[in-house]
Design a protein around this ligand. Structure first.
Ligand SMILES: Nc1nc2c(c(=O)[nH]1)N[C@H]1C(S)=C(S)[C@@H](COP(=O)(O)O)O[C@H]1N2
Ligand SMILES: [Mo]
Length: 495
């Protein structure tokens, strides 16, 4: 009971003073950083975007288990139990202070947890012993069970409220507070995609902000007042630069439609989307700071949890639309997608290109700095692999008998899609019809009318990129540089 109340008090305090520093949140964040790669991969694959709530719930359940054991031992071994409570309460405190970039404020929620936990426990223990006497304390547990269960429920609800509270406070900040927008008009607007890039009845060519996939290590969405934010650009440069949010917005802006993909996307998976991004071209920044010879890596730092990212210098300087993004689909970049600013580099998986909550860009060398995911064994350089997906019909779905057609998307950012082929059952590979090409940094839709017999069928798809290379058949997992293989579904052609 004391543990539940203590956690509730800590999470509520965090919601008020430091949304990312709740006791459950810091334990969860530490587990994310420490988790072996297979565990993390498993979580992203099987739990998807629910992996974070599931992690927090698991931490809470383990804590309640430990607290329950201490509570049972309490009446007989009050000293040992009190020590155990203090030790348990010290865990989030230590972890909070050990988080990258932690300040004294990060300790406050865990201190509250510790104090409430120790005080609550001794209070309850004293009450138990007073009402029943030392020897009959355990028997008294039975009589007090109902009260305990009620209190436990209340504690749990409060803890959940605290968690939700930190989210709610975050989303209040997400509103159009002072200093967020209006966005500058682009010096170079995005060319309109050809109207034929979107097939009727298919996956939207441009993904809404709401539907855009989200992958990151942040348990609580970071939210920063643009007035308290700066972007530092330094390292091996002649003229280091520090930009306020307003400074950044005054630089020349380009707007581009670009498809982003996560390395953790399984064959046929959902972690891919296209948005219209507004931002400062990297070449503009490179010119202003004067990048020195010998630089081969752009090392970007986020103000969230010490996350860092490693991008090949070649990819931001070769003339492609690499940018520092401030707008998404015509809106101010949302918190969940990296407000105030994020990076985007067409053709590279998100973990080596798309740093959100950006605060520093360091021009350096690969032998001088190693990024967050590189340290955990993922590939140092990770161009997006060619992939294709069948979206219509859904796997195990039915074709529309009035207009039977298979359709989907294919992507090979910065190389483009030259061909998509589909195989039905054991038939020959047949070329699909391609939607209009919107550019090499964008996905491309495809379709193929179905003329087979009613009944159950299988379909497979494979794409060929602009360099003439076809997706390999052999499947690989997502670690360490992305999934390979052909997407395959079963479907039914109705009578
Ligand atoms: N600060 C920060 N930036 C990050 C990440 C992160 O964990 N922290 N994840 C990266 C990964 S793995 C991907 S795929 C993209 C996803 O961007 P999105 O969430 O806007 O879709 O963000 C990248 N930028
Ligand atoms: Mo990713």
């Amino acid at each position: 009971m004391a543990a539940a109340f203590a956690v509730a008090a800590g999470q509520l305090t965090a919601a008020l003073v430091r949304p990312g520093a709740g006791p459950l949140t810091v334990v969860g964040a530490t587990l994310i950083d420490a988790a072996p790669t297979p565990a993390k991969e498993f979580a992203v694959r099987t739990l998807g975007t629910a992996d974070k709530p599931v992690l927090i719930a698991a931490v809470f359940v383990v804590l309640l288990g430990a607290a329950f054991a201490i509570g049972l031992a309490g009446p007989r071994h009050p000293r040992g139990a009190a020590a155990a409570v203090a030790a348990l309460g010290a865990i989030p405190l230590v972890l909070a202070l050990a988080r990258p970039g932690a300040t004294g404020w990060d300790a406050v929620p865990s201190l509250v947890t510790l104090v409430v936990g120790v005080a609550g426990f001794s209070l309850l223990l004293r009450r138990l012993r007073r009402s029943a006497g030392d020897d009959r304390a355990v028997a008294a547990l039975g009589r007090e069970r109902r009260t305990m269960l009620v209190a436990l429920g209340v504690g749990g609800v409060l803890a959940a409220g605290g968690l939700a509270g930190s989210g709610a406070i975050g989303s209040r900040a997400r509103g159009s507070g002072p200093g967020r927008g209006p966005l500058p008009t682009p010096t170079e607007p995005a060319p309109a995609p050809p109207p034929g890039a979107q097939l009727p009845g298919m996956t939207p060519f441009r993904t809404s902000i709401e539907d855009f996939y989200r992958v990151d290590i942040a348990l609580v969405t970071p939210s920063r007042d643009p007035g308290d934010w700066q972007l530092t650009i330094d390292g091996m440069v002649d003229r280091p630069l520090t930009l306020s949010y307003d400074d950044l917005l005054r630089l020349p802006m380009i707007e581009r439609d670009i498809t982003l993909t996560c390395v953790s996307n399984e064959v046929g998976g959902p972690y891919v989307g296209t948005a219209r991004w507004l931002g400062v071209p990297f070449t503009e920044i490179i010119e202003r700071v004067g990048v020195q010879p010998g630089v081969d890596q752009v090392f970007s730092h986020s103000f969230d949890n010490g996350y860092t990212c490693s991008t090949p210098y070649a990819a931001v300087s070769d003339g492609r639309d690499a940018m520092i993004v401030v707008g998404m689909n015509g809106e101010v970049l949302p918190d969940k997608n990296g407000f105030p600013a994020r990076m985007l580099v067409p053709g590279l998986f998100g973990y080596v290109s798309a740093t959100k909550w950006l605060e520093r860009i360091e021009f350096t060398r690969y032998d001088r700095a190693t990024a967050y995911w590189t340290e955990r064994g993922w590939a140092t350089e990770a161009p997006i692999l060619t992939q294709s997906r069948i979206d219509v019909p859904r796997s195990l779905g039915k074709l529309d008998p009035t207009a039977p057609v298979l359709a989907g998307v294919a992507w090979a950012q910065h190389r483009g899609i030259a061909r998509v082929e589909v195989q039905i059952d054991d038939g020959p590979w047949r070329p699909a019809r391609l939607a209009d090409d919107a550019g090499i940094d964008l996905w491309r839709q495809w379709y193929l009318p179905f003329d087979g017999a009613p009944g159950r069928h299988r379909a497979r798809v494979r794409a060929t990129d602009g360099t003439g290379r076809t997706q390999p058949e052999e499947r690989t997992g997502v670690f360490p540089d992305g999934a390979r293989g052909w997407h395959e579904i079963q479907f039914v052609m109705p009578e």
